[in-house]
Design a protein around this ligand. Sequence first.
Ligand SMILES: [Cu+2]
Length: 186
Amino acid sequence: MNSEHLMFIHITNPRLVRGAAALAAIPFLLVACSSTDSSSTPARGADVIAVDDQWIKAADSGMSAAFGELTNDSDRAVTVVSATSPASARVELHEVVVAADGTKKMRPKEGGFVVPARGSIALEPGANHIMFMGLNAPLRTGAETTVTLTFDDGSSTTFTAQVRDFAGNQEKYEGDHAGTAPTPGA
Ligand SMILES: [Cu+2]
């Protein structure tokens, strides 16, 4: 009688029961947290934008540009609103347009680069590009530098791009935006 009673107490020890209940509850708590995050908070640009095939045009001084492909792995459009790089005093988001006289000119892209939901955009010579407006030092073929993109939600992502030779697409800078003309000799 006594030993049976002790065994009963041992099995139903409240501390053990509470411990088991707490262990069982942990997976539910984790699931609850992650599902709450993804449903109430839109995915941040930094978490869903991938940069591929990135490169930068070699240049001794003045201006250059970075290119690549941006892919959006989310269900909302993400906009790149600005960019920076240690290689250039000023960095702008540019598009290329055909002027009335048929020549191609580049200018700041109004509103930034929109990467559509579940889609991608190409930054390439003759089209949208990340413009380096005042190189801090020569960009030599084979060297690397980083570029940081900031998205419309305030998050940012930094990628490393390699410098390549590229002779084509020497578009003129439109230069009719106050304060955006390149600094001579910069
Ligand atoms: Cu440009």
